[in-house]
Design a protein around this ligand. Structure first.
Ligand SMILES: OC[C@H]1O[C@](O)(CO)[C@@H](O)[C@@H]1O
Length: 302
């Protein structure tokens, strides 16, 4: 049944939707699309908002989105559908070569997008899709149109040199949840002039300075932290056989957001996110289907 997008309250991934070209073939990806897909596996109404080209790859994208049962708003624009060459090191850690001036750099702001923004339960975006002014304006206007109680998640996802201090500061002002990893925290510390602080103090400083509700810090195999004003949760990273870590962070954010919206505690949401992202690392590509055991219960605390 076709739902009325403008009256549905969605969890939205906003920004790049693309194809990751991995050693064993191409897989649908793009951090915000990955986020929406994973949040959707927990039974939420989710939506990926991006743009596609007018090419064969766009048709393949639409077929893949349908196959994954991921709803979308993706206008077609006269630029190629996005692709990324992914090289994996021995540990399955990716390096991305991200094609420029593609469709998701040129996402037009449509009335339909604004209508879903006004009803959004949560929206997640990053820095990469803001590298070009067209998508940057769309993303910022979209986020500004969301209701007051919307979870506004900035999953910073620094990629190559596709970010500036101004873009990051603007998104930090717009979000109420920040998700960042340890390497990104080092870059931000340098950029904002507090390179000497230890990681915890950097996080407390950012949380306070931007008046955030939650700051999530992932540190790969060294565990992850969730900071809220006055509390900190730490979880070890489960040891798993890694296929690749592509999309692991996005699945972490999707599972975390979904659990918070279900009224779970920060600690429960954190535990669930850790388990889900560890599973995603055992699979190829960013959008593996999660086994039932991850979906039917939120992980208890303790
Ligand atoms: O979004 C940029 C890149 O980051 C990922 O989303 C993983 O986090 C990939 O799927 C994509 O190529």
């Amino acid at each position: 049944m076709e739902t009325m997008k403008s009256t549905t309250s969605y969890i939205i991934g906003l920004g790049e939707a693309l194809w990751d070209v991995l050693p064993d073939g191409k897989k649908l990806g793009g951090a915000p699309a990955n986020f929406a897909y994973h949040a959707g596996q927990f039974g939420n109404k989710t939506l990926a908002v991006s743009a596609l080209g007018e090419d064969k790859l766009a048709e393949e994208t639409l077929a893949a989105l349908d196959e994954k049962e991921l709803e979308y708003i993706m206008p077609q624009v006269p630029y190629p559908t996005g692709t990324v060459q992914v090289v994996l090191d021995d540990e399955g850690v990716p390096t991305y070569d991200i094609r420029e001036n593609v469709a998701w750099d040129n996402i037009p702001l449509t009335d339909e997008m604004l209508a879903v923004a006004r009803n959004a339960r949560a929206v997640c975006w990053g820095s990469l899709a803001q590298r070009n002014v067209v998508s940057r304006d769309t993303i910022q206007q979209f986020v500004k149109a969301t209701p007051k109680d919307c979870l506004r998640i900035f999953d910073i996802n620094l990629r190559q040199t596709f970010y500036t201090k101004e873009i990051i500061q603007e998104s930090l002002r717009l979000c109420n949840i920040l998700k960042i990893n340890d390497e990104e925290l080092v870059s931000i510390g340098r950029m904002f002039g507090y390179p000497g602080l230890d990681i915890e103090n950097k996080c407390w400083l950012i949380l306070g300075k931007y008046d955030l509700d939650i700051l999530v810090l992932t540190c790969g195999v060294n565990g992850s932290y969730v900071f809220t004003p006055g509390t900190m949760s730490f979880q070890e990273t489960p040891k798993v056989e890694v296929a690749d870590t592509v999309g692991a962070g996005d699945s972490f954010t999707g599972a975390f957001c979904s659990a918070i919206l279900k009224g779970k505690s920060v600690c429960e949401a954190h535990r669930t996110a850790v388990e889900v992202s560890a599973y995603v690392c055992t699979q190829n590509g960013a959008m593996p289907k999660l086994p039932e055991k991850y979906l039917d219960k939120v992980q208890p605390c303790g």
